[in-house]
Design a protein around this ligand. Sequence first.
Ligand SMILES: NC(=O)c1ccc[n+]([C@@H]2O[C@H](COP(=O)([O-])OP(=O)(O)OC[C@H]3O[C@@H](n4cnc5c(N)ncnc54)[C@H](O)[C@@H]3O)[C@@H](O)[C@H]2O)c1
Length: 337
Amino acid sequence: MLNIGIIGAGRIGKVHAESITYHVKEAGVLAIADPFMNAETEKWAKDLGIKKVSKDYRSILQDPEIQAVLICSSTNTHADIAIEAIKAGKHVFCEKPISQDLAKIKEVMEALKGTGLKFQVGFNRRFDHNFEAVREAVKTGKIGDVHVVKITSRDPDAPSLDYVKVSGGIFLDMTIHDFDMTRYLSGSDVEEVYVNGACLVNPAIAECGDIDTAIITMKLANGALAVIDNSRKAAYGYDQRAEVFGSKGQVAVTNDAPSTAVISTENGVTGEKPLYFFLERYMASFSKEVSLFAQAVINNTPVPVDINDGLQPVLIAKAAAKSMKEGRPVKLSEIEF
Ligand SMILES: NC(=O)c1ccc[n+]([C@@H]2O[C@H](COP(=O)([O-])OP(=O)(O)OC[C@H]3O[C@@H](n4cnc5c(N)ncnc54)[C@H](O)[C@@H]3O)[C@@H](O)[C@H]2O)c1
């Protein structure tokens, strides 16, 4: 059983704490730390059976009973905490993105080199049952050589402007998952990105220097083409679909809904809207990714999403931002790393 310390008790820190406690048999949460720990969160943690609650993540790094940490704090803290954790000899599971700053990712890679410690990045969508099935069809050659990857990724509602201002922009905040999906589903790296973007949901997002709607096309290293279609607001809910088309056929998945009930009357045929957002749609994937991380630590086997898998979507996001700014296709090789 792997003893885990969770750093950051915000939205995703709580999701992981609960999913590990209830669904991950290989690991337990021994400690949780957050500088803004309040009485309510402390009670929630104690009720969950977490023995050590603190305001200082260093208490976790210094704890000899803890073998691995989950970094669930705000993005701008990930890299520095990861480096400290590695130096303290802890295996690391780091929420996405490792950093918005490529130089910081490089520092984490340097710190990790030669330590033998595991480092996994929280690209949880890889463990969604639908996308796993798409990957499996591609990997086993059922659709032949990959020619086209199509990803639809639309949120149910735009975030607050305060969030948009510090998010790092749509590509680093939202599309980063879709960039990872492109690599995962195709089994190939991305070589070139071209973006058409617009602000159609909320004009105030443009005033923050961001966009809320994007069509992103990519050329992949294996010769295939990919397209991502993003919106910050889909009126019918969280729209998360993917299709891979190849020389022998295609594989596609649609949205998950609370039920598959379809009501047919003289007025028409209706079904349920998609599950509302990522907490509903991807809940099972959060426990699966941590379960596989724990197995990798316990059995000393490779993690399923390694540090290069954490780096690549950030490089693609940087290329996408450059393409948006300069109105031209941008090769990943143009991004300095
Ligand atoms: N994989 C996913 O689908 C997914 C979903 C949501 C968030 N995330 C990522 O998780 C991270 C956190 O997002 P969130 O939505 O939970 O944000 P949040 O603001 O709800 O929580 C972040 C928490 O980190 C705490 N924190 C800040 N500095 C800290 C430090 N030095 N030590 C310990 N705790 C610290 C804050 O007090 C806050 O409670 C972000 O990097 C985000 O990109 C990933």
